[in-house]
Design a protein around this ligand. Structure first.
Ligand code: THU
Length: 129
């Protein structure tokens, strides 16, 4: 199962629009029902408008009414398993349970298993609003 999700994330990297960084990232977000939403990073000549792969996957899923997730895979052409950016960690915290597993994958396929809570401890959430 997880191998499929890793392949889906790696395949999504092929769609990355990265003319500025040349750093493709892929994501595979899995709903509790087992549906798959993939994402890639999409950059813009106005750099600040660029969207990360993980957030592309979350926004695709949420915009189609999915809000319950069981797993996220993130892939990059990195030596060590890719480390997601802070903005994406905050989006994970919005939509995922703290114990949800996140698999980080390097270019060679080396993996690191983490949870959302490990990636973003002491998170700002709606509990504080
Ligand atoms: N990037 C992601 O897609 N996800 C991350 O978690 C880290 C960074 C993208 C943003 C930009 O397109 C490129 O990687 C270089 O920062």
């Amino acid at each position: 199962m997880k191998e499929t999700w890793i392949s889906e994330a790696q395949n999504a990297m092929a769609h990355a629009h990265v003319p500025y960084s040349h750093f493709p990232v892929g994501a595979c977000l899995v709903t509790k029902e087992g549906e798959i939403y993939t994402g890639c990073n999409i950059e813009n000549a106005s750099f600040g408008l660029s969207n990360c792969a993980e957030r592309t996957a979350f926004f695709k899923a949420v915009s189609e009414g999915r809000k319950e997730f069981q797993h996220l895979v993130i892939t990059g052409n990195t030596k060590e398993p890719i480390s997601p950016c802070g903005a994406c960690r905050q989006v994970m915290a919005e939509f995922c349970e703290p114990d949800m597993p996140v698999t980080l994958v390097s270019e060679s396929g080396k993996t690191k298993e983490m949870t959302v809570k490990e990636l973003i401890p002491y998170t700002f959430t709606d509990a504080q609003l």
